[in-house]
Design a protein around this ligand. Structure first.
Ligand code: SF4
Length: 352
């Protein structure tokens, strides 16, 4: 954070000053928290090629995480539910600009680099797709993390098609850190994957990627969508998401891959094929958060490490998310947030 930012907030807080210094300070901190803390807005495109789309130092499932959404050439896929490619560059962004994005973030975070325990590297697509994320930039950025001794884990977001065990081995040796591959699995149902979501990724292709994860001794974090098809009933959505988690669990267990599932209640991202479809439906209902929480609790009871994707990342309006359902309340949301604060414990506890 630059000193200029504090000056700006101080100026704003002293406008209409009441003489109440505590209020002024509260106003200053409240503004800084909203702009730079957990409520920090996301969803906007980066203002320049040497700036990332987004970064945040956050407490993530009990770890001090630095999450960075790098600004690179856009994802080459066009999944029907996803608005991310639209916000990214059509043009190649060279390695030196991507490295400059990381330098910017490191500079902003300079006072808290010493407490970071994990770093999440993402680009609204696949960081191992070398046609979008320059390979040399990824090597340089990941390699520099060796200098942060408390960082134990590097999370790399990618489609599994782009994974090669040799590349994972290279990064693990270079960094000395545990690697965690973050990817969208979405659903176990082949027809939903292809015809509804437009994933263009067969289950066989996904399984091939799991072989690479296993061979490199990496961990997996996988997204599962709750209600990937908008016409599903609540009960159908529950059963489908449960079967998807079960499928992932079996496939990872067979390969001894430590698995964490992020269960994402489907939201309708603006400007997507899904949004156009939903606009033509009279009776669309987003998932119920209470169902999502119930499923996560059930799977945790079975020893699966599940946490909840509670944000729509600034890409959706509230009426197109679980917030518009009749069961939604602040206390329900708080229950989900508390669940997330307990995630991770399941992975290390013996399965019941
Ligand atoms: S879901 Fe992933 S692969 Fe599909 S368009 Fe979005 S970023 Fe690309």
């Amino acid at each position: 954070m630059s000193d200029g930012t504090v000056v700006r907030y101080r100026a704003a807080s002293t406008t209409g000053r009441t003489g109440d210094d505590v209020s002024d300070l509260q106003q200053l901190l409240g503004g800084l928290y909203r702009e730079f803390g957990p409520p920090k807005p996301m969803g906007a495109s980066a203002p320049a090629t040497d700036r990332p789309h987004f970064f945040l130092h956050r407490n993530f499932l009990g770890e001090q995480d630095l999450a960075i959404l790098f600004n690179t050439k856009r994802c080459r896929y066009q999944c029907t539910f996803c608005a991310l490619p639209a916000k990214s560059s059509r043009r190649w962004i060279p390695a030196d600009a991507v490295t400059a994005q990381f330098e910017h973030v490191a500079g902003e975070l300079r006072h808290s680099l010493g407490v970071l325990e994990r770093v999440t590297i993402a680009n609204e697509g696949s960081v191992f797709d070398e046609a979008t994320f320059p390979a040399e930039a990824l090597t340089e950025i990941a390699g520099s993390l060796r200098k942060l001794p408390r960082v134990r884990r590097i999370v790399l977001e990618t489609r599994l098609e782009f994974l090669r065990r040799e590349r994972l081995d290279e990064l693990r040796e270079l960094t000395g850190k545990q690697l965690n591959v973050l990817t969208g699995f979405e659903t176990h149902d082949p027809s939903l994957r292809e015809e509804i979501l437009g994933k263009r990724q067969s289950l066989e292709s996904f399984a091939g990627g799991l072989d690479e994860v296993a061979a490199a001794g990496a961990e997996l974090t996988a997204y599962v969508l709750f209600k990937p098809e908008p016409t599903m009933t609540d009960a159908e959505a529950f059963a489908e998401a449960e079967a998807s988690i079960d499928h992932l669990q079996r496939e990872c267990e067979r390969r001894a891959i430590p698995l964490q599932v992020r269960l994402n209640p489907m939201y309708v991202a603006r400007g997507t094929v899904l949004a156009r479809r939903v606009a033509e439906m009279d009776d669309y209902l987003p998932p119920r958060l209470s169902d999502v929480i119930e499923l996560a609790e059930r799977k945790r009871g079975e020893g699966v490490d599940v946490y909840l994707g509670l944000t729509s990342e600034g890409l959706s309006d509230d009426e197109d998310t679980y917030r518009s359902r009749e069961d939604f309340s602040r206390s329900l949301l708080k229950r989900g947030i508390i669940m997330n604060s307990e995630a991770g414990a399941v992975a290390t506890a013996p399965a019941s």
